[in-house]
Design a binder for this molecule. Structure first.
Ligand SMILES: Cc1ncc(COP(=O)(O)O)c(C=O)c1O
Length: 377
């Protein structure tokens, strides 16, 4: 009976009449880096390494893992929807008030909440081109129109963005350091930009990679959340804290903005395990320091080796770097994949001949360079 229903299902589904709104039909789904197991199956490879999703090569914070193991005993309970303990711990850590923090199921969730709250049909969302793809997807979900402002020397062109402001501009997304180029935002330019932004435009500073920043005179988004402009800072436990699979991030913002986001936030959007793990990760200072050291050493190594191969890589303040490929990016990606090294072609970001690679363990970085050498030969 059930088998017959499954067989007939495909035909019936085709006959189904779904009214998908026009703006949703236009969305191209986000294509995440495939899980390592799937790629190994698909390509018949083994012992591959993944340097494609800017994850932490050291694994998760051990402090977080211990706290999660302890919290498992309470899984029959709903989590604390407001994340009382974590929010207060974050408040202390960042020196902000608890009512300025909104927790999310990854910082993606905060991007989604901002779009849902502030965007209606015809509203404009401004972002650099290229930028993290979720900004555009979320904007389209909520009927917003995207305004893309080209990068300047691979950095965000704040002066050009200020020129493109219109009465319809509702949200501006800035990534600091930027993904995929790794360029930071500098304080002076950002402040000049903020001066030109009207008081009713949300300025999002996405600091997913802020822990890796080394350059001086750069923005710290938290310095701007107490001003007249609605600045929202996004941060995540997915990168430096090694908790991408746990799904937890947060936004720091004026309390008035937090209050409206909380109205539409799913009541239990962050799990009990995520809250426990994140709070413990903040205390695991040793792990954070080890991660940052590893990333800085890895970046220096990769820059040096790529340059010796005659490949231009861009200075990066994040845990990844982008370099120019001597062949179409998709071809190099494919060739590396066949040898078990998974990187990211930047074609979907509009860089047809660029590859992004994140810093791995030292032996993974060496294998990446060795594989690249073999292919180029
Ligand atoms: C710039 C940027 N923002 C946000 C995110 C999403 O992070 P999360 O895992 O917290 O949703 C990423 C993840 O790759 C990112 O690169």
């Amino acid at each position: 009976m059930r088998e017959r229903a499954i067989k007939e299902g495909a035909t019936k589904e085709r006959a189904m009449k779904l009214r998908v709104p026009e703006h949703i039909q236009r969305i191209a789904p986000y294509v995440p880096g495939k899980p390592i197991e799937e790629l190994e199956r698909e390509y018949g490879i083994r012992d591959s390494i993944k340097l494609a999703s800017n994850e932490n090569p050291l694994g998760p914070s051990p402090g977080a893992v211990a706290a999660i193991q302890k919290a498992v005993a309470n899984l029959h309970r709903y989590p604390d929807g407001g994340g009382y303990v974590l929010v207060r711990r974050l408040g202390q850590h960042l020196n902000v008030r608890p009512d300025q923090i909104v927790l999310g199921n990854g910082s993606d969730d905060i991007i989604s909440m901002l779009s849902r709250v502030f965007l209606g049909p015809g509203d404009e969302v401004m972002m650099p081109k290229s930028a993290f793809l979720m900004y555009e997807i979320m904007a389209h979900c909520d009927g917003g129109a995207c305004v893309h402002v080209p990068l300047k020397e691979l950095g965000i062109d704040l002066a050009a963005m200020a020129e493109r402001l219109t009465p319809e501009t509702q949200i501006i997304f800035l990534t600091h350091p930027n993904n995929p180029t790794g360029a930071p935002l500098y304080r002076e330019e950002f402040e000049a930009f903020l001066d030109r932004v009207p008081r009713d435009v949300i300025v999002v500073v996405d600091e997913a990679y802020i822990e890796f920043l080394r350059a001086e005179n750069c923005v710290n988004g938290l310095d701007y959340i107490d001003g007249e402009k609605p600045v929202v800072v996004l941060r995540t436990f997915s990168k430096a804290y090694g908790l991408a699979g746990l799904r937890i991030g947060y936004g720091v913002m004026p309390a008035r903005v937090a209050e409206v986001l909380n109205r539409i936030r799913q009541p239990f959007n962050t799990s009990l395990l995520a809250q426990a793990g994140a709070a413990a990760a903040l205390d695991d200072v040793e792990f954070l320091e080890k991660t940052v050291r590893l990333v800085h050493e890895g970046l220096d190594y990769l820059h040096e080796k790529l340059s010796r191969l005659g490949l231009k890589s861009y200075p990066s303040q994040a845990n990844f770097l982008m370099f120019r490929s001597p062949m179409p990016a998709d071809d190099l990606f494919e060739a590396m994949l066949r040898k078990g090294v998974i990187v990211r072609s930047m074609r979907s970001y509009g860089f047809l001949d660029h590859i992004r690679v994140n810093v791995g363990l030292p032996e993974e970085n060496r294998r990446f360079i060795r594989t690249l050498e073999e292919i180029l030969r």
